[in-house]
Design a protein around this ligand. Structure first.
Ligand code: V47
Length: 388
């Protein structure tokens, strides 16, 4: 790579087109969106139920273009899953294993650090680290993992440990959640990924992940992280046994916490992949469901700066279209994805930076490489700098 590769272009003006839809309920919602008014629960449900998916997408796209113009973000990251051993045995999951089950693995610290260094030659700006709830690994293992990575890769942002892992490690270490987060921060954790949120509804959580922390605990852990200056993402797992009301409830609870803390950066809707899970009988989501989910997220989460169409979960093809349905980010190079691939994902394990740029350009958007905090990354030969 040579020279500047910051692809930012001036944001395009929001399209000055008239909204048109046969759905009269949608016209009233559009007026509120144009006036910058917040949508309520019933309007969220109406967006899920509208027969005019193109109009819902158009509306979300108008908000997305007002916020980000033509820019679409991506990053150069590497996923590391230090262990798949997990005590939770969630029905939604194909990744977790009992300690002595075939296929169970736990990386030594040396193995995890060397995994971080392997993969594509492109210098990564982020390590995304999540794993199972291991019954024997102490908090110190995770603190040493983070501090060892920081020592070896001081320029790389460490986005590590879901709210579920934080709460589990806190309990095992007999510490409070704020104390645990403070130790993680001190060890080098820079922000938290959005996983483990699933669906906050107790009724659904009992079916898909009954041994995990509940929705309130997930939100409380995120609140505690934001309070000490750790930003985080948020996710929602959809396309299993939840209904429209459960999804709206989830989004509005995230929106309420964001009003309070402002600590969320990106919302990532995650489509359920049923293969090799205890819910294998369920159907996969369709492209239209995925696109509608992106659009509704953009419209309801008016205080979230970013909506991510995670290409590995959505496929590259749907992620490209999502950039016109409300998403402004497609995530990154990833290098080695396990959670979705164990559950039957057919997308590649990772993607080169040049390929992400091509996908975004082809979707008619202007690619901007970002770091985890959405600052532009400027590359020169093998290294990068962050434009602040
Ligand atoms: O927490 C697990 C979900 C999440 C399945 O923060 C499943 O930038 C579908 O959170 N089908 C992990 N989903 C992934 C995640 C994530 C991904 C990309 C970016 C970010 C970010 C976060 O995947 C889990 C769970 O919610 N998951 N099993 C499954 N069978």
């Amino acid at each position: 790579m040579s020279g500047s590769t910051d692809f930012r272009e001036p944001p395009a003006a929001a399209p000055n087109l008239r909204f048109a839809s046969e759905d009269s309920g949608l016209r009233a919602i559009a007026e509120k969106v144009f006036a910058g008014e917040r949508l309520d629960f019933a309007e969220g449900v109406a967006l899920y139920r509208s027969g005019d998916i193109l109009a819902v997408g158009w509306l979300a796209n108008s908000v997305r273009e007002k916020m980000h113009g033509d820019v679409a973000y991506f990053n150069v990251n590497r996923h590391i899953n230090p262990t798949n051993v997990c005590v939770a045995a969630c029905r939604l999951c194909a990744f977790g294993r009992r300690k002595d089950s075939p296929g169970a693995y736990t990386m030594s610290l040396e193995q995890a650090w060397s995994a971080a260094a392997s993969g594509y030659s492109e210098a990564v700006t982020e390590f995304h680290i999540v794993g199972g709830l291991h019954p024997d690994l102490p908090l110190e293992y995770f603190l040493d993992l983070a501090s060892g990575l920081k020592q070896r890769f001081p320029k790389v942002h460490i986005k590590a440990f879901t709210m579920v892992e934080v709460a589990y490690l806190a309990r095992r270490a007999k510490l409070t959640i704020p104390q645990t987060l403070a130790k993680m921060k001190e060890a080098g954790v820079d922000s938290l990924p959005g996983g483990g949120a699933e669906i906050f509804s107790d009724r659904i959580r009992h079916i898909i992940c009954d041994h995990k922390i509940d929705g309130d605990e997930w939100l409380e852990t995120a609140r505690a992280a934001h309070r000490i200056g750790l930003r985080s993402n948020a996710t929602m797992l959809y396309g299993h046994v939840e209904n429209d009301e459960d999804r709206v409830d989830h989004l509005l609870r995230l929106r309420a916490l964001q009003d309070e803390t402002g600590g969320f950066q990106t919302f990532i809707p995650l489509a359920f992949h049923p293969d090799h899970t205890a819910l294998e009988h369920l159907r996969r989501t369709t492209g239209l469901t995925d696109l509608r989910q992106i659009a509704v997220s953009r419209l309801l989460l008016d205080n979230f700066p970013h909506i991510k169409a995670y290409w590995q979960m959505m496929t590259e093809k749907i992620a490209q279209i999502a950039l016109r349905f409300g998403a402004d980010d497609i995530d990154g190079t990833v290098v080695e994805e396990k959670i979705y691939h164990d559950a039957g994902a057919t997308t590649p394990q990772g993607m080169r930076r040049s390929e992400l740029i091509r996908l975004i350009r082809e979707a008619g958007r202007a690619p901007v490489e970002r770091d985890t905090l959405y600052r532009s990354v400027v590359r020169d030969e093998e290294s990068f700098t962050i434009a602040v």
